[in-house]
Write a new protein. Structure first.
Length: 467
């Protein structure tokens, strides 16, 4: 199943809002906890204060201390507008000296002078309680009593609610505002990207003009520049292809009409000998046409950047050039051309596609033989040159190619004026494409012997690597 595409906006929002909300929530929790904790401490201290007041009313006596606290005094001490308070004083021997006998015993025996605060339940109500052991007088021998004071939780609960309202509500509002601001900011910040997306998706597939760079944010500028560069290349390729198709159609039209005319002529012939002659002519024309079609296919197949993959394998250029040259011997003999080969002793390993390289050499030798006058010499040479380079050179005795034409003859359908030989001007265009696929360089020079031309192809001498 396809994973949903990562949306920049969604990611940004998640990364900003997630941590921000968490931080704010933690901060709210901490603020709430701290304020409730410190106000509870203050209430606890007040509770302890009451316990100390009560102990002032315990008088040492012979045997057991006595609690001298009138009901009126007790009422004043334990008076509170919101909560009910309870107390109990217990002597060291466990006897209750006064107060509420139903109070639960202290959870842990507190150390003398150190009060202990805890939650408990009195008469079915939750309470906060303090238990403290205190001497009844200043003297060292004064007896110790245990004082417990309990208070219901109304005050504390109300405070907690008030804290919640005063601390948490503004924080929640803050979180909400933060979310809105971040959301708005991210959306605004990404607006140029949305515009860019719309600009691209609204385009016609035929529109290869560059995307307007104005307004494109700096971060995506390199991407858009690359896309524009790609569009420019595509536009050039389309243009080239369109012209090629038009050229090819034009080139095919003439021989096909020629064929048709020849067939019509042959059909009208009655004399067997003339029919035979017409058929022979027809064969030559059909052969020419089939060569043209093959060349057009080859051009399409070797177009650099086309979808066909090229597998370059290690190949000995020396042996291979000799093998291909040998195939041309009968043809050369027919034209009285002296076809020679000058190689090197050691193998010259290059990375090449056999079939394509054969086509390259064939085209060069074909030209050399065809454009050299009868009796001329054509020589195929291989050599090592400079740093890790191999050279394949084909020299002929043909008419000198003017310097101004040296680049143009590699263009499709380009032929030199005055060329008598048959041909469509595609051979060298194919050579050039195949050389590019091999990352090889072509050089056209005047032949060293002063007659004719030398076509050299320079290959990198290296073992094949997968491309
Ligand atoms: N070895 C050569 N000597 C002289 N002129 C040449 C040589 N090779 C090519 N040319 C010139 O360059 C032109 C282009 O060559 P190219 O091989 O591309 O086409 P072509 O030979 O005319 O036709 P084909 O498509 O059949 O090969 C030729 O028409 C010819 O004028
Ligand atoms: Mg040719």
């Amino acid at each position: 199943m396809r994973k949903p595409e990562p949306r920049l906006q969604r990611k940004l929002l998640a990364w900003l809002l997630g941590p921000l909300t968490l931080i704010l929530a933690l901060d709210t929790g901490a603020a709430y906890w701290t304020s409730v904790h410190y106000s509870n401490l203050a209430y606890d201290r007040a509770l302890h204060e009451i316990a100390r007041e009560i102990v002032l009313h315990v008088k040492p006596a012979a045997g057991r201390p006595r609690l001298e606290l009138s009901q009126a005094a007790a009422n004043i001490l334990l008076m509170d507008a919101q909560d009910r308070l309870f107390f109990r004083v217990t002597a060291a021997d466990g006897a209750v000296l006064g107060g509420d006998t139903t109070l639960p015993p202290p959870q842990l025996g507190p150390n003398p002078g150190e009060p202990r605060f805890y939650q408990a339940e009195v008469h079915g109500q939750p309470v906060r309680m303090v238990a403290a052991r205190m001497p009844v007088a200043e003297t060292a021998a004064a007896p110790i009593v245990l004082v417990q004071v309990a208070e219901t939780l109304n005050k504390r609960n109300r405070l907690a609610w008030e804290m919640l309202a005063s601390v948490v509500l503004p924080q929640v509002l803050l979180i909400f505002i933060t979310i809105m601001v971040v959301w708005f900011g991210v959306s605004r910040g990404l607006e140029p990207l949305q515009r860019l997306r719309r600009a691209v998706s609204n385009r016609s597939h035929l529109d290869l003009s560059p995307i307007d760079m104005q307004d494109v944010p700096g971060e995506v500028r390199p991407v858009v520049e690359e896309v524009n560069e790609l569009m420019a290349r595509l536009a050039r390729t389309f243009d080239f292809q369109n012209r090629f198709v038009a050229d090819a159609a034009h080139q095919l039209k003439t021989p096909v009409s020629g064929l048709k005319a020849q067939i019509e002529l042959a059909l009208r012939e009655t004399e067997p000998q003339r029919v035979q002659h017409s058929l022979a002519q027809l064969y030559i024309s059909a052969d020419r046409l089939s060569r043209l079609v093959r060349q057009l296919l080859s051009l399409a197949r070797n177009e650099p950047g086309a979808l066909h993959s090229v597998q370059l394998q290690p190949l000995d250029l020396n042996a291979f050039a000799l093998e291909v040259s040998m195939d041309w011997v009968p043809n050369a003999l027919k034209r009285s051309i002296d076809l020679g080969f000058e190689g090197v002793e050691t193998p010259l390993t290059i990375a090449a596609d056999r079939d394509r390289l054969r086509e390259l050499i064939n085209n060069l030798i074909d030209n050399a033989i065809r454009y050299s006058p009868p009796g001329g010499t054509v020589t195929v040479r291989t050599a090592v040159v400079g740093e890790g380079q191999c050279r394949l050179a084909i020299s002929d005795d043909g008419p000198r190619i003017p310097v101004a034409e040296r680049a143009r003859i590699f263009e499709r359908f380009h032929r030199l004026l005055g060329t008598q030989e048959d041909g469509s001007g595609l051979g060298l265009a194919i050579v050039s494409e195949i050389a590019t696929l091999h990352r090889a360089r072509i050089l056209l020079e005047e032949d060293t012997d002063g007659v004719g031309n030398t076509f050299s192809v320079f290959f990198e001498a290296r073992p094949a690597e997968p491309l």
